[in-house]
Write a new protein. Sequence first.
Length: 93
Amino acid sequence: MNVTSSNCSDNYEPKRYSEELITTIIRKRLAEEPVLVYGKEQNVRDSFCFPDHCKTIDLIFKRKAGETCHVGASNEGNNLRIVHEVCQIPDMR
């Protein structure tokens, strides 16, 4: 069996209920609820949109079959920065 494995940063899907940070921010903002940052607001994360991860898995399968690949969006930021950036989006509907 030809198998591919990807170790990925946080995946998020904006239209799916999830507890991931970006999805939670979007859901709270659309519901006009406060966005709370739990834990250490300086925790650094790299978030990767789920459809982009699926495309990347397909690419890995075609080019690096049998290997394990580390996948990220190269868009690291701390929790507070991510909350501020997502909240700057004018209309998410």
